[in-house]
Design a protein around this ligand. Structure first.
Ligand code: C5P
Length: 232
């Protein structure tokens, strides 16, 4: 799997998204489209960004009964996205159904990755509310292993976890890691952050970077700085 920087396009409208993407004259960055933008603009935003030549990670985190997820994944694969995701908590049966739905008649399909435990869920809540009697770290690794067993390509995780996920699930199991900040940059609401250089060293396959690029004075320069540190 090729290492790449994915820009989190956390904008509320197509207009803001295109104003941002228009700044890139030479590169066509890999972009992440999340629920906010997708629900605001619908599938046309995916088609338009794709038509401009970008790779797309559609971050909709599906979680439903296997049959519903399979049929929804079939629709997403028809949108020609490059990567999409679901919740590992939906079970291996749901993940297997998702893979089936996502696979096109010619055998190709987008990369499919799983969300393990959301970073917003702390250990106390996970144990008391969800009745999961384990540590967050063990739950993340167990869900990652379930995703690998179901045939998925990888997981979303902290760059700090990328090394252990690779140890447990194999070096080809993809780690897609948000929570990246430049050294000395504004951390914002992220609690555990790493620099692009550290993420590379630990072995992340893709870093997802939002505000350090989208809110930078010069987003193109910030993107190039990330690519230089992580990919080159
Ligand atoms: O702006 P920032 O770089 O913090 O954006 C990170 C992106 O990654 C956002 O789209 C955020 O929702 C997403 N994300 C995250 N942490 C997770 C999962 C996803 O920051 N555990």
């Amino acid at each position: 799997m090729g290492k790449d920087v994915i820009i989190a396009c956390d904008f509320a409208s197509a207009q803001d998204t295109f104003a941002f993407l228009d700044k890139f004259k030479e590169e066509k960055p890999f972009v992440k489209i999340g629920m906010e933008l997708f629900y605001a603009e619908g599938p046309s935003i995916v088609r338009e960004i794709k038509a401009r030549g970008h790779k797309i990670f559609l971050d909709l985190k599906l979680h439903d009964i296997p049959n519903t997820v399979k049929k929804s994944m079939h629709v997403l694969s028809g949108l020609d996205v490059d990567m999409t995701n679901l919740h590992a908590a939906g079970t291996k049966a749901m993940m297997e159904a998702a893979l089936e739905g996502l696979t096109r008649p010619d055998g190709t399909r987008p990369i499919l990755i799983a969300v393990t435990q959301l970073t917003s869920t702390d250990e106390e809540r996970m144990q008391k509310e969800l009745l999961i009697n384990a540590t967050v770290a063990d739950t993340v690794l167990h869900y990652a292993k379930n995703a690998a067993d179901a045939g998925l390509d990888g997981v979303v995780c902290s760059p700090l976890e990328a090394g252990v996920v690779h140890e447990r699930c194999g070096k080809n199991f993809v780690t897609v890691t948000p929570g990246v900040r430049f050294a000395g940059g504004d951390v914002g609401d992220q609690k555990r952050v790493t620099t692009p250089e550290m993420a590379k060293e630990i072995g992340s396959d893709y870093i997802v970077v939002g505000r350090p690029i989208t809110a930078a004075e010069d987003p193109v320069a910030a993107y190039r700085k990330c690519v230089a540190a992580f990919v080159d």
